[in-house]
Design a protein. Structure first.
Length: 436
């Protein structure tokens, strides 16, 4: 007779890399007959996988912990467990400030964290489940993390402090995990890592970066239709990837390449290892040599060494280059980073104003680009249904962060590809009907 175990609510905060870590743990827990619930009123235990990347992410993690602890104090929860980047970096401080948490663990990619959580919930770690994930995303797409940690010396970033140095996942493990995902119905794999273009440099017998090999091998998997590349570092970008994009139809003509800034003195202070001229040459080459490529980037405004003229230079560049997708962060000091030693000279109000300025430029560009798509036929992966319409994405859009296409048609299914005709647009959305 099996002993009934308490229901668990698993909360994942932060980036898609955290999502992958959580999915590995959930697969192990489910093997021990742990029952999960999304309804916090049904849960006896809560596991919070925290993020500690930037100040706003830290605050969200702390607020989530405090809310769970409050529910526990009112008898609505039995146990609260905290793991992830914030817990890994500030375990001692969190333990003192929020002692009602039952257990703090480290980053959720670490085996001692996984086994610790399993032990707390009465589940044995199963080696035969290594590489198994219980997807928390819709079953037709999944993130595939090909590396952990980062060797880049960016002055503003605490990732190497929290996650350690870069460590590539061996190719066979990557392919085995991808095969398992596709066997579960995954049609789109989103390749992620702190720096995906660094893959292979640290592996024995590897003398050069060969992310191209990973993408080419993934392309051979039957049933996998889209491969999307994220987090490509611009410095020393492996240009053989250009041919890889053009030679493999399954690889989406889409690239996430965070440039962070364009002014030379800011790039130098950020320790990005690249100049404005090299950045523009690379981005222009990508756009010229990969037909139809959609380029996404992220920027930081309000960096301590960013002058007003540096910001104007950045805004002009955004307007001129016309990125397909763009996100903007306001700078915040991260403890123990190089940039934290530089006085934070720019007031928060000014940082927010700079962020709004860039976003307004991008809004106008996006609206213009979307209008050009009216009347075109697009291949769309349908993500979900909302009321009487379906929501999908073209190859230009990554899940959860980019724009979407509303499809006013019946008789289509989520998780399927469908051709649609765009009939209207807004700043960040498109409207379409399925092509019969």
């Amino acid at each position: 007779m099996k002993v009934k175990k308490d229901k668990v609510k698993f909360i994942t905060l932060g980036c898609s890399k955290n999502t992958v870590d959580s999915e590995f743990i959930i697969a192990q827990l489910k093997s021990g007959d742990i029952e999960f619930t999304e309804n916090e009123n049904e849960a006896e235990n809560v596991i919070i996988n925290t993020c500690g990347f930037i100040e706003s992410a830290k605050q969200e993690s702390i607020d989530t912990i405090l809310r769970a602890v409050d529910m526990k104090s009112r008898g609505l929860l039995k146990n609260v467990y905290v793991a992830g980047c914030l817990s890994d970096r500030y375990k001692e401080e969190l333990g003192k400030e929020i002692p009602d948490v039952d257990m703090y663990f480290g980053a959720t990619d670490k085996l001692n964290t996984i086994t610790g959580i399993l032990n707390e919930l009465g589940v044995d770690y199963k080696k035969n489940l290594v590489g198994e994930r219980s997807l928390t995303s819709p079953s037709h797409f999944a993130y595939l993390k090909i590396s952990e940690g980062c060797d880049n010396p960016c002055s503003f970033c605490a990732i190497p402090i929290m996650r350690g140095r870069h460590k590539s996942k061996p190719l066979q493990e990557i392919l085995s995990e991808a095969q398992k995902l596709v066997s579960k119905g995954v049609k789109e794999i989103v390749v992620i890592g702190q720096d995906t273009t660094y893959w292979g440099l640290d592996l024995e017998n590897e003398r050069k970066r060969n992310l191209s090999c990973v993408l080419a091998e993934l392309s051979k998997i039957n049933g996998l239709e889209w491969i999307r590349l994220m987090y490509a570092y611009p410095s020393r970008y492996p240009e053989d990837l250009i041919n890889t994009f053009n030679e493999n139809e399954k690889i989406c003509r889409y690239l996430d390449i965070p440039v962070q800034h364009i002014a030379d003195n800011v790039l130098k202070s950020m320790r990005r290892g690249i100049t404005k001229k090299s950045l523009i040459n690379l981005l222009s080459k990508l756009r010229a040599e990969i037909p139809g490529i959609a380029i996404r980037t992220t920027l930081i405004v309000g960096y301590p060494d960013e002058t007003e003229s540096d910001f104007i230079e950045l805004a002009d560049f955004v307007a001129e280059f016309n990125f397909d997708r763009l996100g903007v962060f306001t700078y915040s000091h991260e403890e123990d980073t190089v940039a934290a030693k530089i006085p934070d000279r720019i007031p928060l109000k000014e940082k927010i104003n700079r962020q709004k300025t860039i976003l307004e430029i991008q809004r106008e560009l996006s609206a213009k680009n979307n209008r050009k798509l009216i009347g075109s036929i697009q291949k769309v992966l349908v993500d979900r249904k909302e009321n009487d319409y379906y929501i999908g994405r073209s190859y230009r859009d990554a899940p959860e962060i980019d724009q979407e296409i509303q499809i006013n048609s019946a008789g289509i299914e989520t998780g399927e590809f469908v051709d649609v005709k765009i009939f209207d647009s807004e700043d960040f959305d498109l409207f379409a009907e399925a092509v019969k």
